[in-house]
Ligand binder design. Structure first.
Ligand code: SF4
Ligand code: SF4
Length: 439
């Protein structure tokens, strides 16, 4: 090809809009099956143990379940050569959308794997095939009771005990989330007490509804968008400057997926989205939180996907793709490098008396607990399998306590530990911080 021909390659309009699978035709068709999405880079690993990053493909050891398999299926669906079948739906939905493949792929090729997997589910729903029956049940719960579980809406604030001070009006709005409102109430109470001890006034929503994580994640984009608009309006009406979450999934929804659905940047939300990890890291640094009580345990930390590789802020992008797949204007890729890795470790290292040991797979390479994004509801055996794989890693470093920063991780790990008959204790980072505070 002559030089002038190279630069004359017709340009194609493209964007990051996940409602149109055509935007990811290039990403799907350029997968070279290198398996960077399956293996953790060997330079980081002590050996073959714990060297896989993809829970879906580890659970079902057939290439179809890896990102590389799904990219090939995606091409066939986009070109109209495959029709949806029960098996295809299983392949697309037996997947916690953990993002480990995305950051692995972007070390080499810059393909948008996570967005493609989301776009495939949105197409499955648009085509009338998805989501799975278990997901439809969650969607119904959200419509009728405004929470994931179908619990009584009027019980949502029952986690608030008399020793917790909630302001009527404050700059900080604590968005509690469904899991901590109904199932993991200790996390909500620990978060509230940390805010109280630090002297930070906070309010909660007058009428909090689900963040919509599951319905967004399974491709029900229209329903999720309505929920996003409703929730954003509620925060704006409250006058809050900071939206604080203790749930990793809520955090990713507010910070990344709401802006993505509404085609705005995270910075355009009109308020700041903060996870408790960020708040506590800052509060320890400025002295408003003083973890003084020794906590005598050997523990390890699990980087929950949605406060790590999935939480780089969102910026809309529209442009063109031309010669050799190059895009213009330049696209700042989301590589999972803005996760709350150091902030979490700053906090954990500030707690006296503990022995902190890291697992082999950490930060962007952490193995997902397997519960998220509709997996536990539709494929509980995959969620349990992935959690047990991670528990093996906890045992490998001989930790007594496993700390995470997501209530869904806590539930899933606890169930796996119970099934195994193990004695590892699971604590949320909020509970771990609280145990070191003098109240
Ligand atoms: S890392 Fe990317 S290019 Fe390599 S096999 Fe996985 S999806 Fe394909
Ligand atoms: S999102 Fe996670 S589980 Fe799904 S293909 Fe990628 S690495 Fe595997």
């Amino acid at each position: 090809m002559r030089k002038e021909e190279m630069f004359d390659t017709p340009k194609k309009k493209v964007s990051l809009d996940v409602t149109n699978l055509d935007n990811f035709a290039y990403d799907m068709s350029r997968c070279i099956k290198c398996k960077g999405c399956y293996w953790v880079e060997h330079t980081y690993m002590p050996g073959i143990n714990f060297s896989v990053r993809c829970p879906s493909n580890l659970w079902n050891d057939f290439d179809t379940y890896g990102a590389f398999g799904k990219m090939r299926i995606g091409v066939a669906i986009q070109e109209g050569r495959f029709k949806w079948t029960d098996k295809l739906l299983e392949i697309i939905y037996a997947d916690p959308l953990c993002g480990a493949c995305d950051v692995g792929c972007k070390r080499n090729l810059d393909l948008e794997i996570e967005l493609t997997l989301e776009a495939l589910r949105i197409k499955a729903v648009k085509d009338g095939a998805g989501p799975m029956p278990a997901h439809k049940k969650v969607a119904k719960n959200i419509t009728t009771k405004h929470n994931h579980f179908g619990s009584a809406h009027e019980s949502r604030k029952k986690w608030v005990t008399t020793d917790i001070k909630v302001a009527n009006k404050a700059d900080v709005l604590y968005f509690v989330g469904c899991s901590s409102s109904y199932i993991n109430q200790d996390i909500a109470r620990a978060t509230a007490k940390i805010l109280n001890v630090s002297g930070t006034d906070f309010m909660t929503m007058q009428d909090e509804w689900c963040c919509g994580n599951t319905i967004y994640s399974v491709g029900m984009i229209e329903e999720a968008k309505e929920l996003a608009k409703r929730n954003i309006e509620a925060v704006k009406a409250s006058g809050a400057k900071v939206l604080l979450t203790s749930c990793a999934e809520c955090y990713r929804m507010w910070k990344v997926d709401y802006p993505k659905m509404l085609n705005i940047a995270t910075t355009d939300l009109g308020f700041k989205v903060v996870h408790l990890i960020e708040f506590a890291d800052e509060a320890i640094k400025n002295g408003s939180l003083k973890p003084k009580k020794p906590v005598d345990v050997r523990f390890t930390y699990h980087d929950a996907c949605s406060v790590s590789r999935l939480c780089d802020p969102w910026t809309p992008w529209n442009g063109e793709r031309g010669w050799m797949g190059m895009v213009s204007p330049p696209l700042k890729r989301r590589r999972g490098q803005q996760g709350l890795y150091f902030q979490a470790r700053n906090i954990l290292n500030a707690i006296p008396g503990t022995k902190f040991v890291e697992m082999p797979r950490i930060r962007e390479n952490a193995l997902c607990c397997g519960a998220g994004r509709g997996t536990k509801e539709a494929f509980p055996e995959l969620a349990s399998f992935s959690a047990k794989q991670r528990i093996e890693e906890v045992k490998y470093v001989s930790a007594e306590v496993l700390v995470s920063a997501c209530p869904w991780c806590k539930t899933n790990f606890n169930q796996a530990i119970k099934e195994n008959g193990d004695s590892i204790k699971v604590m949320d980072i909020s509970e771990f911080i609280l145990s070191s505070l003098e109240l």
